[in-house]
Design a protein around this ligand. Sequence first.
Ligand code: PXL
Length: 276
Amino acid sequence: MGETMCKQKILTIQDLSCVGQCSLTVALPILSYYGFETCVLPTALLSNHTMFSSWSYLDLTKEIPNIFKEWERNHFTFDAFLLGYLGKIDLIEVAKESFEKFSNANTKIFIDPVFADNGKIYPGFNMDYILKMREILKYADFILPNVTEACFLTGMDYQDNHDFEWIKKIAHELRKYTSATIVITGIERTHTIGEFILEGNQSMELMHPLIPFKRHGTGDLFSAVFTANYLHTQDVKQASNHAAKFVADSLQVTSKEHFYGVEFEKIMSKSRKEGA
Ligand code: PXL
């Protein structure tokens, strides 16, 4: 992985789930591990993610204008933004405001829309949220929806059979809303999983061996590793392959008893022990 000349500063905007290995508790360690100064805008404080049967939720939207005021006063700008789970329609507007206020001439915007998976919308989301999310895709340089999110964003019906022509059609539908590089994740076939990439009008599909069990938070992990690797290499194919391998390696070392997330920390600790 080539190192960039000077350290870049990334702002990641997502919730802080105290327990659950998702959103900020994934993006923050991963982006730091890859050498970025990682700044955070926590949008909400949850006891745990919403795949548990219950959770507490403190909305932090009210504090954001105060944070922005101080950032403007200090003339902060960010070299990249990584958006994940926002959870509330107002926060999409807030994210847009942050792009306008805190970008510099070379800022890259990565949007993972995070509102659905496996054919279903997560608790608390609705079509108004999805339509608003679709509106901000135009600000992105990269969008990273999974197959379900790509379907909802385009209004296409979800199907379990992720065949190539169907995925390609969804990607081209998404192109109506953004000129970003589109990376559709979580394309599953019998023994493989992968991504469909539409960069300009060039497309490619990358498929990898499927690890035959699922854990929550793998999408957040993919997006954080993809963002970090892309910013180092400027190579979408390389970033996607690298992120897919990181997720697969993490799943492989996740113990069966650890049911609510993926133990990506084991990968980081292994490379530290090996002195990588
Ligand atoms: O991994 C996506 C995610 C992030 N944050 C919270 C979630 C979810 C998915 O359910 O509940 C709070």
